[in-house]
Design a protein around this ligand. Structure first.
Ligand code: IVH
Length: 681
């Protein structure tokens, strides 16, 4: 391609991908398959790398990050970012209404109510329809320039796709981590042996200040907009600002309501009190704004906040109960989590008996002691939290809590590395929950997926001395399994034990697990900080375990997305002879330790060029994994039956309509076992 051609292709790809992004994130419509989108994005990325000067400021490649900001510059806000005064009672809200009425005299006025999103305030500037700067609230007068990180927020347009765009303006809103994203992130961190994060708000704030924008992009931060600022803008009311924001395809929460008087405001408050928990974002109250911008100006500001708006905060549901004990859990990687054992108390509809105390710092901060009356809150309605101790009720002498010094499970002395909040049990080889945790991780859904082995069987096998590491699974025999008593049944006179059929199933699924891809095996090894994505990156870069095992620190950090911490953890793992021995036994057992060759290298198979439709549920596959498998063998996967379909792969519970249609179109129906045959041929 000539330079001219490359420029025009960059423009074409930028416009096309921006359009699809806009359709997807602003209009909730997916026009092209993800795979195709990713291919175009890759092409654009490569062209931009080759011609950095041709990269456009609205390039969709910025959504995936890639820039590193060492220090965020401090910049002044054009319009100060004020805060709101808070009210907690009906009376205080009536007082606010009284003040507004008094100030406006005889004039009619309306209120505009919105939810108060519990995230991080953000101000974003646009010039000529293009995003130019993103700034944190900071102290209200000046904040940090986090433009590159702001651009990773996918629902925030990089370029406004609408006709009615003011030349220059600023939007304000709340950046947040959706609740489900937060929950998944913490799940993943737990699996990776990392400390769990306290709440979505702090996580959002920390994420937006990260130096590596590609990590920010992976965190899926979102943003609701609620303010529009600029010179000579056309709107006369806040409602019109919201409409204008919507017309420019900013993400506006549809939860707002215009109210004619304070009674209607109370209705709004009551309506959202419980319903707000169904929203994707945490909320802690509502914001009431005078609708007319003229009237807002008349009302003006106090030193810190506007007189035309106020926040009404919902009482976060809190209860007082007694701390009966502090227990300590040992994770797969040996990390120790202190847990508050509480006298059961009803909170926001559920009985709370336990709450995480996170680590020794948290215990120190709360100065929490066994026997204390403590306040429990369900702030974000996600994890109950101990917010404080009712010191006045501390009767008699309660002993100061001293964090355990030895592992509660194996009595080994705990270690706490410099700058680490968590304590660890270093006895990786023999500490029982670490042993079972590692094996359970190895056979878990995203690793070897040996689902016939549940946690109770694993513990039973460990107690019987039959397994102590993942490689031992492949030496299990039918006779060893038959009659094995499950963990909690041990000692019972009629304890349930493994029967013939179960023993056969277990051995079959262990055998089948040998087809697991290298990336899933690597993830299953449970190397600290090597989650699924990191495992994929490592496999793509190093291709074989032998290359990964012999890589130096420098070679490791050269791989995409591998930083110092991960590299050090990988080196530590492979420096351990026991781990090396496990890997060599797993290799001998026939597990995959090399990246699978792609179709071009494999040559054609019976699936190549054929179109499949997959329906029902399967014993040996997740539906998505089956589709992936078909594609990896050169087949195509369609979503509905048509004259182009060659095979319908039918699992259990296939709908009768699909069956009839397949018969009408004379499409061959494959059962799971005939599909397997076709695959193996
Ligand atoms: S309007 C002049 N609307 O609350 C103040 N703020 O205490 C204009 N917030 O810094 C703010 N949801 O981070 C407004 N619907 C909403 C909001 C909202 C959350 C936050 C925002 C602001 C803080 C004010």
């Amino acid at each position: 391609m000539s330079n001219e051609e490359e420029k025009s292709r960059i423009d074409e790809l930028t416009d096309m991908l921006s359009y699809y992004n806009h359709r997807y994130y602003q209009e909730n419509f997916s026009e092209i398959p993800d795979l195709e989108f990713d291919l175009f994005l890759k092409e654009l990325e490569q062209l931009e790398q080759k011609n950095p000067s041709l990269k456009r400021s609205d390039s969709p490649t910025q959504r995936v990050g890639g820039t590193i900001t060492k220090d965020f510059a401090t910049v002044y806000h054009k319009y100060p970012m004020l805060s709101l005064s808070n009210t907690y009672s009906e009376q205080e809200l009536m007082d606010f209404d009284g003040r507004v009425k008094k100030h406006l005299g005889e004039e009619q006025f309306e209120y505009f109510c919105e939810l108060k999103f519990d995230g991080v305030a953000l101000s974003v500037s646009y010039e000529n329809g293009l995003i130019t700067q993103g700034i944190t609230r900071g102290d209200g007068e000046k904040g940090d320039d986090i433009t590159q990180n702001t651009k990773t927020i996918r629902s925030l347009p990089l370029k406004i796709q609408s006709n009615n765009v003011p030349h220059s303006f600023e939007v304000r809103g709340e950046a947040f981590m959706p609740k489900d994203v937060f929950i998944n992130l913490n799940k993943q961190r737990k699996v990776n042996g990392e400390a769990e994060l306290a709440n979505p708000r702090n996580t959002t704030s920390g994420t937006l200040k990260m130096q590596d924008s590609s990590v920010v992009a992976s965190r899926n931060i979102d943003c609701f907009l609620y303010g529009l600022y600029g010179e000579n803008l056309p709107m006369k009311t806040h409602e019109e600002s919201i409409q204008l924001l919507k017309s420019m395809h900013f993400n506006v929460s549809p939860t707002f309501k215009k109210c004619q008087n304070v009674e209607e405001v109370f209705d709004y408050i009551n309506r959202w009190e419980t319903k707000r928990h169904e929203l994707p974002v945490e909320t802690d109250g509502i914001v009431i704004k005078v609708n007319s911008l003229d009237q807002q100006q008349q009302l003006g500001f106090t030193a810190k906040s506007p007189r035309w708006a106020i926040a009404y905060k919902y009482k976060s549901e809190s209860a007082e109960t007694t701390l009966q004990n502090i227990t300590y859990q040992v994770g797969r990687t040996g990390s120790i989590t202190p847990v508050a054992e509480l006298e059961p108390v009803l909170l926001a509809g559920t009985t709370v008996k336990r709450a995480s105390l996170h680590n020794a710092n948290e215990i120190g901060k709360l100065d929490i002691r066994i026997g204390d009356k403590v306040f429990v809150e369900k702030g974000g309605e996600i994890i109950p939290k101990i917010t404080g101790v009712n010191v006045e009720k501390r009767t008699g002498r309660l002993d100061k809590t001293i964090f355990i010094t030895h592992c509660p499970e194996c009595n080994t002395e705990l270690v706490r590395e410099e700058n680490e909040a968590n304590h660890y049990c270093p006895n990786q080889k023999n500490c029982p929950p670490q042993l079972s945790g590692r094996i359970e991780h190895f056979i878990s859904r995203h690793a070897l997926k040996i689902e016939t082995l549940g946690p109770r069987t694993v513990k039973g096998l460990i107690i019987e001395g039959l397994i102590s590491n993942p490689a031992d699974l492949f030496d299990l025999t039918f006779d060893q399994l038959l009659g094995l008593v499950l963990e909690e049944e041990i000692g019972k006179t009629k304890g349930r034990s493994i029967q013939k059929k179960t023993a056969t199933n277990i051995l079959e699924s262990i055998e089948y697990s040998k087809t697991t891809s290298f990336e899933d095996v690597l993830y299953g090894l449970g190397i600290r900080y090597v989650g699924r994505t990191v495992a994929e990156k490592l496999v793509d870069h190093f291709l074989t375990i032998d290359k990964l095992m012999t890589a130096t620190f420098e070679e490791l950090i050269e791989a995409p997305e591998i930083g110092d911490r991960i590299a050090a953890s990988i080196l530590e793992y492979f420096a351990d002879n026991t781990n090396l021995e496990i890997i060599s036994r797993l290799k001998l057992a026939g597990l995959k330790f090399e990246k699978e060759k792609n179709q071009e290298e494999l040559g054609d198979s019976l699936l190549t060029g054929r179109t499949f439709v997959v329906t029902g549920t399967f014993e040996g596959y997740e539906r998505e994994a089956l589709k992936k498998l078909i594609k990896s063998h050169g087949g195509k996967v369609g979503s509905s039956l048509s004259s182009k379909t060659n095979y319908l792969v039918a699992g259990d519970n296939m709908g009768p309509a699909k069956k009839t249609k397949a018969e009408e179109l004379e499409i061959q129906i494959l059962s799971e076992s005939s599909f397997n045959k076709l695959l193996n041929e």
